[in-house]
Design a protein around this ligand. Sequence first.
Ligand SMILES: C[S@@+](CC[C@H](N)C(=O)[O-])C[C@H]1O[C@@H](n2cnc3c(N)ncnc32)[C@H](O)[C@@H]1O
Length: 234
Amino acid sequence: MCGWVLKRFTKRGDIVVDLFSGMGTTLIECKHLGRGGLGVEIDPMVAERSLQRIKSAENPFNVPVAVLVGDSTLAVTAKRVIATLKDWGTDAADCVILHPPYHDIIRFSECDGDLSRVTSEGDFLDKIGLVARHAFEVLKPAGFMALVIGDKYVDSRLVPLGFMCMQRCIDAGFVLKAINVKEILNNERGKGKNSNLWKYRALLGGFYLFKHEYVMIFRKPATRAKRAPKGVAP
Ligand SMILES: C[S@@+](CC[C@H](N)C(=O)[O-])C[C@H]1O[C@@H](n2cnc3c(N)ncnc32)[C@H](O)[C@@H]1O
């Protein structure tokens, strides 16, 4: 999923944190490419299954890989991530990957805190904002973050979820560097193929949409910009 992100924005020996690690695809790619990988997954059963997959993948560069069971919206989870990074000999991640649920398009689990169970769009976005802040906290200055996200269609309304989440990442302090649009036609497994009738609706409505998701690239500033005190011209 994010192999090109890892190749382009990290180097061998770097550490990548995936705050929605699911079945561990990113972490397996980390192993193959010689990057350490730390995942966070809310569903203990998914985390366990991903660990089996990860363990069976070759580790030619002998990098550390682990999955924490936790809720990425919580500060305590960010603390656990930082503690694990310290155990691995570093203070911060070199790259962060966010591949959250696209709100409620697919229900991932019945676990409390699963973002696919959040009922309102506003609450979902607030929680994405929290995750973005934790991503900012665990990432080293000048490090890159990739957000993989799609839009959704509900009640005859296109919800630009990708751009809404993008704004939450900017609000958390990230600088947006690029928006890559990826066609996911014929690659729809796990993306609501049966329930998500985008193309049909788009054609019916007289507009054309190709089924897509975004890979948005952000960067944490090298140093925090100094803010002028309120009421004082910069
Ligand atoms: C789109 S999937 C990620 C897929 C992943 N890239 C893979 O390779 O399988 C989103 C994942 O986020 C998990 N998740 C949902 N809410 C979460 C939360 N608050 N904290 C951590 N993980 C969460 C879901 O259980 C699901 O596995």
